[in-house]
Design a protein around this ligand. Structure first.
Ligand code: SF4
Length: 488
């Protein structure tokens, strides 16, 4: 564990995120006078970094491991600037100090948030020109020229796509199906093995139907723009269960205004011809068939328990069933994969020619078994590279796709981003909505989070419990939470 001591409880989230971006393998803990430390031994660990906030200055000291050498950086706040300006100026000082200390420049500079395009989108909507936005990102946040172009291009495309939506009087629906055939090693979502839970699926669907009826009442008079069924893996349900779910959904909500209806089929080992037919019959417009990688060995390693052939079979089966908007997800930075593996995956996907490709950088979250596995096997998971990202971007471009949404995650391999690419007219609108937080999303099912977006941009949330049995038992409470959120 590495300790950063600060004499003030200030900007801890930003400090933690930035230090982790420069030192991704660190298990960083920030200690301030307000920290509650249960394990007293932590207090005896010599800090690797120290921050001293004074009235007119901030001193940042970095020690080497043996604590016999240190570098100090000082910022003099001679202007006594106000809170926001102080925070921004501190962010610049802290980033440039780390940059000097490590000799590394981060592609997204000192931006630590998960939604860099939201910042750009807000500036575009405030009437700023592309040049003004580029200068702001370059000078205030040290974003690379390449990411500036990527971010502005995506925000412009998002504006066009979202133009047809009902921001204020509309909403989107998310339905969570928290079951999967097996649990992937890197999974940090709400997911339970279907084999163990199959007896409870009817109860789960019943609870969902109750939630649907209540939500339909609450949202009367609003326009339903998009519907997304995710998880987990929705297609881990049987064809009959999917039929029941989609029938209830369509009987409860007015689908006449829906512009996009996605089911994240996801795992190839859960897709059958019968399920695809059911989805087509109910008017699903977009599905995902996610390989993550087209390398057999890695699929086994990460616990996907399906083969590359199953992915290609599921893809062609989906085409045959009539789907003309298929997304594929891949992950870069998977353990043991090099740039040649990424190239091979991209080439295999190019043969299939999906309408969209979502490129994720592996994010190692504490909860995921992958994190433990990496520790036990001494493997570094942070091996995504600019070259791999480029390979994916070039592959997407060769398939006629452009980047249309982007987000970042904490602990992301190589401090890169996740990018969604799509051919014209086949973008995942819901994906943009989730990132840009422009529209109310009502989320149903275990572990889902609803977001109410007010016209002034304010956002309020309501969470459902994660545990399936709890969700079923406490469904009335989940409905009540939503009633409170949508009470006026
Ligand atoms: S398919 Fe997705 S949700 Fe299911 S276990 Fe794998 S990573 Fe988790």
């Amino acid at each position: 564990m590495q300790i950063l001591r600060s004499n003030k409880a200030r900007y801890e989230y930003e400090i933690h995120a930035l230090v982790k971006s420069f030192y991704p393998a660190w298990d960083l803990k920030i200690l301030t006078p307000e920290s509650v430390v249960k394990d007293r031994k932590i207090l005896e660990i010599p800090p690797v970094m120290e921050l001293e906030f004074q009235d007119d200055s901030v001193k940042f000291t970095v020690y080497d491991e043996r604590h016999d050498r240190s570098n100090s950086y000082t910022w003099w706040d001679t202007d006594r600037i106000d809170d926001d300006a102080y925070k921004n100026a501190f962010g610049r000082f802290f980033y440039t100090s780390l940059q000097e200390e490590t000799g590394i420049s981060l592609p997204w500079g000192n931006l630590t948030g998960v939604r860099p395009t939201k910042l750009i989108m807000n500036m575009l909507e405030a009437g700023k020109s592309e040049n003004e936005i580029a200068a702001f990102l370059r000078e205030q946040h040290f974003v690379s020229e390449e990411k500036i172009d990527l971010g502005i291009g995506i925000a412009q495309r998002e504006r066009e796509i979202l133009g047809a939506l009902h921001y204020e009087d509309g909403y989107s629906l998310y339905i969570g199906i928290p079951f999967c055939p097996t649990t992937c090693l890197y999974c940090s979502f709400t997911s339970y093995p279907i084999g163990v839970w199959k007896e409870r699926v009817p109860d789960y669907l019943e609870a969902l139907e109750k939630e649907m009826r209540a939500v339909a009442q609450m949202c009367r008079g609003r326009v339903l723009d998009t519907v997304y069924i995710g998880g987990g893996t929705p297609t881990s349900l049987t064809a009959e269960e999917i039929d029941r779910l989609l029938t209830s959904l369509k009987n409860t909500f007015d689908f006449s205004t829906v512009q996009e209806f996605t089911v994240e089929a996801g795992r190839a080992d859960s897709i059958t011809e019968e399920k695809l037919k059911v989805m087509r019959r109910h008017g699903v417009t977009r599905i995902s068939v996610n390989p993550q990688t087209m390398k057999e060995e890695t699929l086994k390693l990460i616990g996907r328990q399906h083969t590359v052939k199953q992915v290609t079979d599921a893809f062609y089966m989906s085409r045959k069933a009539g789907f003309d908007n298929i997304n594929m997800d891949i992950i870069l930075g998977l353990p043991g994969e090099n740039k040649e593996d990424v190239r091979a995956t991209i080439e295999a996907i190019m043969v299939l020619a999906p309408e969209s490709l979502t490129v994720h950088s592996l994010a190692v979250k504490r909860a995921a078994r992958l994190s433990q596995w990496i520790g036990e096997n001494g493997i570094t998971a942070y091996n995504n590279t600019e070259e791999m990202m480029q390979t994916a971007a070039l592959g997407a471009s060769a398939m006629g796709m452009s980047p249309y949404y982007l987000y970042r995650q904490k602990n992301m391999s190589g401090n890169f981003e996740n990018v969604g690419y799509a051919v014209k007219g086949k973008h995942g609108i819901y994906n943009i909505l989730i990132m840009e937080e422009k529209q109310t999303i009502v989320a149903l099912g275990a572990g889902s989070i609803s977001k109410r977006v007010y016209p002034d941009g304010r956002i309020e949330r309501s969470e459902n419990v994660k545990e399936v049995a709890q969700y079923i038992e406490r469904i009335d409470e989940m409905v009540e939470r939503k009633r409170v959120l949508f009470s006026d």
